[in-house]
Design a protein around this ligand. Sequence first.
Ligand code: CP
Length: 362
Amino acid sequence: MKHLIDPTDLSKQELDEIISLAQDIIANRERYSKVLEGRKLATLFYEPSTRTRLSFTAAMMELGGNVLGFSDAANSSVSKGETVEDTVRVVGCFADIIAMRHNLEGAPLVASAVSPVPIVNAGDGSHSHPTQTLTDLLTITREIGHIDGITIGFCGDLRFGRTVHSLIKALSRYKNVKVILIAPDELRLPDYIKQDVCDRQGIDYREVSTIEEVISQLDVLYMTRVQKERFLDEDEFDRVKDSFVLDASKMRLAKRSMAVLHPLPRVNEILPEVDIDPRAAYFRQVENGKFVRMALIYSLLRWKDDRGHAMPEHPECFEDPSMRCPNGKCISNHESVPAMFRRTDSGTVRCAYCDAKIKENS
Ligand code: CP
């Protein structure tokens, strides 16, 4: 059975299949309107969401299926202390597939180990957001025409932005992608993405500190929110914040074919004056999210009993009860789960649930 916990759970071929299917669904909506009649999706959202939850709901409805679930775990038996494992065992009795968003990193992975039905990670803490990644890949394909060979700038909070982490992992599957990281010092991309993904997969990346110095080189500008509370020093936030705000004057420096993406919600990092620019693709991106989730749900249900679509093996993972993850937002510090770790190619040991560093080359 195939789950989607991390973008790399999908092979490149599966990724291509889902993007192609989404494009076929866009072109032939009627043909897919009853394909999941009688099937049910459960949306278990332990954290707030507008786009992800509603697009999963709309996707299942447009395939002819039904949706159940909760959008506030406080109204479920989670409030009585029910674990993630028990919750999915129970919901798996009612639904054919589960989409889970959780504030704790690694919660969907824990769910996938016991679930009788496919689990889709709809965002876990600051860790990963693979269905946003599928949305982004479909949007780049539709806006630019291809993913191989693009130059993409990621701007804003690259440290905590789970959409950025997931998309960079997925882009490592494509050829000759150049990544430019535009962020204040406090919010630079975590080392584990730079080392384990960019360096290991040979992604050409560099770090800069303003949009203006690179915007003319970009095919895609991927904007994210810069939140004041991420800064220890408020003066530092005030000093840098304008460098990470996209406005009409910066857009004048960009290629006519560039596409501006944003996972949304935005606060003030893209001024409303940019919305009327045809290169502003972020609301088209939202609609792509529904189409690609239709393709994903349909594919995971079709693949459920197909041995050719199993989860990838992770021989680098091991259990060691003597070690503990230092990340307070990791599921392993909140629920009773096996103490699982993985050793990267460079020898660093990381938590298998949240990727936090446990120890350097040992
Ligand atoms: N992009 C995204 O995940 O939005 P929501 O938090 O509204 O689901």
